[in-house]
Design a protein around this ligand. Sequence first.
Ligand code: PMM
Length: 265
Amino acid sequence: MGVVNVTPDSFSDGGRWFDTERAVKHGLDLASRGADLIDVGGESTRPGAPRVDEAEELRRVVPVVRALAAEGLVVSVDTMRAAVAEQSLAAGALLVNDVSGGLADPAMIPAVAAAGAPFVVMHWRGFSDAMNSRAVYADVVGEVTDELRTRIDAAVDGGIAPDRIVVDPGLGFAKEAPHDLALVAHLDRLRALGHPLLVAASRKRFLGRVLAGPDAAPPPARERDAATAAISALSAQAGAWAVRVHDVRPTADAVRVARAVEAAR
Ligand code: PMM
């Protein structure tokens, strides 16, 4: 899954694809580099980010979704708003990726259910302005798994077919680096929820922490793509359905290698 952030302020690529034409071109580039799915979002979820209003989110996202779908690409929409999901599905998106797992907008689950679309349920504990203070766990893998199970139940109760639900640990969302690493180390426990698993580690803070030199300065986000590809290989080995990344090529290669090794078992 390649990322197209149509935002001025996303943490690793904010501003780079912030007009329709550039965003569409970027989506096409990602597909030509090996992305099977293009995830289009119009609201930054980096820690501390303010919310964007709905009209602006629609303005950013819908034309990009429409253009990429018209090119025959499989498009997902990354949104916490039912109206953005609905209009994106009408414009040709096939999947709804809601980082709040249906918590941010009570109209989201009914809208996705009515459309019969697949739904990504991510682990989430609150909006970006408050999420860092919620990174408190006694047993991060157990708690994330339990909280995801609750959201899966809510989605199914709301009418989304169980076989249309994808789960995601929400790396970096209300999580510190050791939490993210523990989740990556135990993807098997998330797989045991019985749904396809999406892992979105791309360029995130925990990778910066792992890569930080002796002076403890993390490399900038755009220098974390090799580390991202390492997580992609580990995720593929653990049976992930998809990995969501900014730079598709190294990840496509990593996934191919993981698959070849798996085939040789
Ligand atoms: N992370 C971001 C945005 N969307 N969607 C899913 N399903 N999972 C994630 O972890 C996730 C997401 C934030 O990263 P970005 O600003 O680089 O897109």
